[in-house]
Design a protein around this ligand. Sequence first.
Ligand SMILES: Nc1ncnc2c1ncn2[C@@H]1O[C@H](COP(=O)(O)OP(=O)(O)OP(=O)(O)O)[C@@H](O)[C@H]1O
Ligand SMILES: [Mg+2]
Length: 260
Amino acid sequence: MSIEQDKYILSVEGLGVSYGDFVAVKDVGFNVLHGEIFGLLGPNGAGKTSTLSSIEGLLKYKTGTIIVDGQDVQQKPLHAKASMGVQLQSTSFQPELNVTQILQLFSGIYGVPMSKDKIKEVLKEISLEEHGRKKFGQLSGGQQQRVSLVISTIHNPKLVLLDEPTTGLDPQSRRQLWERIEAFREKGHAVLLTTHSMEEAEAICDRIAIIDHGRVIAVDTPQALIDKHKNDPEVIAVSRRGKVTLEDVFIALTGKAVRE
Ligand SMILES: Nc1ncnc2c1ncn2[C@@H]1O[C@H](COP(=O)(O)OP(=O)(O)OP(=O)(O)O)[C@@H](O)[C@H]1O
Ligand SMILES: [Mg+2]
């Protein structure tokens, strides 16, 4: 591992993903530092999930290199996967299993089996102590989301990947999730998340990349992006209440058109 790579828990370089003839991701590159919260922002269809799936080893990419914790994702998939915790855009655990059974199953798969007491403790932590015997399919969206987050971090991964973790959550649950994500950072874990919420990006992300039409068009801290673009005529033109926001910059950079 080079000194440069050692700085990063994740390096993505020249990533290209195609579905048949359609090129969804073209030459995407960015680095995530150890212990930072990094946000991937972009309009619908920009290529965020395709990028995440490539990192997670769920999608075979055509070109480029992805290194997680010093391991090449395609050459050393098991080593790379051991460093990652993954929460997908929509979760589909076996809906007929109850929450306790799902926790038992996945802790076993990850090689960190949980005692009954430990399971109770985990359920309490995610405010589901009364729901251990409920089937996963019967939980509300927010409750399912809490279970899937706990499962993605069972093996204490250095890098946690979350695809739209707060979509569909009420404000209380969203704030609570932000706190959980920040707690990962405090413990030294890095987080790569996607979001459509500019508020979220500003509230918790140390740095963000804006991706559009399969390309990274900007990488920086949210504040630095605002400062850099706040006087651009296109940004001022879309700004609504005088004060330039990250959303104004995002819309100016990615255009006003709604994606197909
Ligand atoms: N399995 C697939 N087969 C064909 N095309 C796909 C497939 N998955 C994604 N795409 C296309 O690739 C492009 C990128 O999709 P992707 O899911 O990566 O976008 P995204 O940025 O995650 O969008 P969203 O914000 O809506 O979740 C889109 O045009 C999508 O239609
Ligand atoms: Mg997506």
